[in-house]
Write a protein that binds this ligand. Structure first.
Ligand code: HEC
Length: 235
């Protein structure tokens, strides 16, 4: 017992010596003291991500892997201004973004970004109003990664005769009658999710209903629903 105890004390003293030399911490834990203060007003908060995280993120030259992220908590009401801070920015920081980031720190979708100068000064950004349920996000997060292999970029034809490629998808969907809908629905009826066949396909069609895990599916359905509810703008 006594020996063990002595050992503990010794290693503690050794640790203290290590601290004095300033060598045991990697550089990134030293507080740079540089902070970014970001002001933003969220709209369409029903499209707040459920599987991924809405985050404030600092990027260096690599725009796919953030240097630093901070999850933003979901506001209780739409349209109230908030200020969120990102502390201890690395000197390599090149931009500050508001982005949807996965649990594994992958960028799912970046809403906006502000380039940052390398002058060490604190940063203040006002991103103004940010609409979470944008068609750009649907195109990028949903269509581009999950649908184009069959709906637009397949050599073996266009599944369901529906083209979801960028710059085409909006015209393919909004106010367009879905030929196979028994109720004669449009793919997307602005302001009316219950009359929008795309949601029915993603929830019930055998090819589509298991494309996502359950929270992933909740996230993309909430996104498309909120966008339709808000009038399905080309935003
Ligand atoms: C593996 C291939 C595949 C993928 C991936 C896929 N689909 Fe489909 N989709 C089909 C096929 C095949 C049809 C034709 C209808 C059927 O056979 O049920 C179809 C039909 C549809 C229709 C109805 C079109 C019509 O009028 O017949 C919609 C809407 C649709 N898909 C949306 C999507 C969306 C949105 C995604 C991505 C989240 C997606 N699909 C991903 C194969 C795919």
């Amino acid at each position: 017992m006594k020996n063990k105890y002595t050992g503990l004390v010794c290693s503690f003293l050794l640790m203290l010596c290590g601290c004095d030399e300033g060598t045991i911490y990697p550089d990134e834990t030293i507080d740079s003291g540089r902070t970014a203060s970001v002001t933003v007003t969220f709209k369409g908060i029903d499209a707040w991500p459920k599987e991924n995280y809405l985050s404030l993120a600092a990027f260096g030259t690599n725009t796919q892997i953030p240097l630093l992220t901070k999850r933003i908590s979901k506001p209780t009401i739409d349209g109230r201004e908030r200020t969120v801070k990102l502390n201890n920015l690395s000197p390599d920081t090149k931009s500050i973004n508001i982005a949807i980031i996965s649990n594994g720190k992958k960028v799912i979708y970046s809403y906006c970004n502000q380039p940052v100068e390398n002058n060490g000064e604190n940063i203040e950004i006002n991103f103004g109003e940010l609409e979470l349920a944008s068609f750009k996000r649907i195109q990028s997060q949903v269509f581009k990664t999950n649908c184009l292999s069959c709906h637009g970029e397949s050599s073996s034809g266009l599944a369901g005769n529906l083209d979801l490629r960028e710059n085409i998808a909006y015209k393919s969907l909004v106010n367009v009658k879905a030929p196979v809908s028994e109720e004669g629905m449009n793919y997307v009826t602005p302001g009316d999710p219950h009359n929008s066949f795309i949601l029915e396909i993603l929830e019930e069609n055998p090819i589509h209903k298991d494309m996502f895990n359950s929270t992933g599916k909740q996230e993309i359905l909430a996104l498309i629903k909120t966008w339709i509810q808000e009038g399905a703008p080309n935003n």
